[in-house]
Design a binder for this molecule. Structure first.
Ligand code: ARG
Ligand code: ZN
Length: 494
């Protein structure tokens, strides 16, 4: 057993925090152009016609997410997105259209989409042009006729942007980033709305078709499978299809000199990875280790929950690691020195998120520990399996180093803090010791399989825990999850 030095107690939280910390590399930190505050004077988006927000408007600006009150849109269920964008890396300009198939969940005469700093040039509802209004973090779209709950509508928004990022309440800039060789998006938690008018909340998952045009010679990549690739004039147009329900924060969109590397994982699972062409030889080893990791997690968490998996190695600054659905996103810079502890940690962490975060997503951002603590625990299990460290020792270290605060109640700024990761993985380790391995892994399996495709809360997890344990677990969660300070020692294991 290779013991890692204590100094290497770096977590994904730390690594990821570095990725977007202002000053690490001034990739676009100086170009945040928008604010997430509602503008007091709505501006029309269809020129020259003008319009103002309806007086006495009953719409809220969100769906009541305590940490991100702007996010989501009342009465709206997006079923499918058609994202059609054209990117010019020389001007860094993006233009395109998003088409949304939506179902109303309540009677409305107007709907909103989350859209920050985006200029919409034309908006249609059911093919009819309407005058939409850019109103701070919302794009207000009047319906040509009042709609009822259950109605299906097609909305299309033509828009464009350059350098779309917002300064998220988590403290970092997120959104669309241009790189020396192309571009990528990093959306979690509230950055998709900086480049895509959408229902930007993980409680509303949808399927997607991405049709992305780039200059000839470049590749465009998005979640799912490549269903079409053609040359149109001096552009190449790449179409990717995501059929598994997906939250907006999990969108992957890359452009650059990428090669798509196809392979096969356990049980015939399609593996679709992308690496920069010049990196192919260096990155192959990380593609090669992926099937063993999937196989290992399959055994504990149930069958891999999505249609495909892969890794994407982008040319961002180091420290970027994100569980973009079906194909995790990493920075090539973190993978230039071979397959060591950090690479095993990052690869296993983001893979585990495909079960915990992607297949079953948080219903509210305050439930983030359901993503990060689970992926951290899975990462500990893989690191033990790979001979780097023992999960029990990782847990003891984390318990000793955990700052005060409940893992179930982070602030927006602490969303990706210690207690969402290692601090919450402590809760899972205590749970494992309390109910025993058989019930613990039955619980993790059932959580992923029974909720796949949906969005769930901490209360839902507690309910399932009680079902699997066959006993009330209120005291356990009060002591380990909700308390500001958990016990100083783990329970004696079963
Ligand atoms: N979910 C990512 C991970 O732990 C962290 C993303 C943090 N968000 C950000 N904008 N840096 O794997
Ligand atoms: Zn994570």
């Amino acid at each position: 057993m290779i013991r890692r030095p204590l100094m290497l107690a770096a977590t994904v939280a730390t690594l990821v925090a570095c990725a977007t910390a202002p000053g690490v590399r001034s990739e676009r930190a100086d170009q945040v152009t928008t604010t997430s505050q509602p503008s007091p004077t709505p501006s029309p988006t269809t020129s020259p016609t003008t319009s103002s927000s309806p007086a006495g408007d009953e719409l809220g600006d969100g769906i009541g997410d305590a940490l991100f009150p702007d996010l989501g849109n009342p009465g709206l269920d997006v079923v499918h997105y058609d994202v059609e964008l054209s990117y010019d890396p020389t001007t860094e300009r993006v233009d395109g259209t998003v088409g949304l198939d939506v179902t109303l969940t309540s009677a409305r005469d107007e709907i909103t989409l989350d859209a920050v700093g985006l200029t919409a040039s034309n908006v249609t509802v059911g093919g009819e042009s309407v005058v939409a209004v850019a109103d701070g973090p919302e794009l207000r779209i009047p319906l040509p006729q009042p709609g009822s709950a259950g109605d299906s509508l097609r909305i299309e928004v033509s828009y464009g942007f350059e350098n779309a990022q917002i300064l998220s309440p988590i403290g970092f800039s997120i959104g669309w980033f241009n790189t020396p060789g192309g571009s990528y998006v990093l959306n979690e938690p509230d950055g998709a709305r900086s480049w895509l008018p959408c229902n930007d909340h993980p409680s509303d998952k949808a399927t997607y078709t991405f049709t992305i045009a780039v200059p000839a010679g470049l590749t465009a990549v998005a979640n799912g499978t490549l269903t079409d690739h053609r040359t149109v004039g001096d552009q190449e147009v790449w179409t990717w299809q995501q059929d598994d329900p997906m939250a907006t924060y999990l969108i992957q969109l890359l452009t650059g000199d990428y090669e798509v590397v196809d392979g096969t994982g356990p049980d015939g699972l399609p593996l679709i990875s992308v690496v920069l062409r010049a990196d192919k030889a260096t990155m192959q080893q990380f593609i090669d280790v992926t099937p063993a990791m999937i196989d290992f997690f399959d055994g504990f968490f149930g069958p891999y929950p999505l249609d495909s998996y892969g890794i994407a190695m982008t040319d961002s600054f180091g420290g970027l690691a994100m569980e973009t659905q079906g194909r995790s996103l990493f920075s090539r810079d973190d993978f230039l020195g071979g397959l060591g502890y950090t690479q095993q940690l990052l690869l296993s962490h983001e893979l585990a998120h495909q079960w915990y975060g992607d297949a079953v997503s948080p219903a509210r951002w305050v439930d983030i520990w359901l993503n990060e603590s689970f992926a951290t625990y899975a990462q500990w299990m893989w690191l033990e399996h790979a001979g780097f460290s023992l999960a029990g020792e990782e847990a003891t270290f984390a318990l000793e180093n955990r700052p005060p605060g409940s893992s179930a109640d982070p602030s927006a700024q602490d969303l990706f803090g210690y207690n969402s990761y290692d601090g919450g993985a402590v809760v899972l380790h205590a749970l494992r010791l309390t109910i025993g391995d058989d019930k613990f892994f039955e619980l993790l399996r059932r959580w992923a399989t029974e909720n796949s495709g949906g969005s769930r809360t901490t209360a839902d997890f507690i309910d399932l825990t009680q079902t699997v344990a066959g006993a009330p677990m209120g005291d356990f969660f009060d002591t380990w999850l909700f308390a500001e300070q958990p016990p100083s020692e783990f329970p004696i294991g079963q």
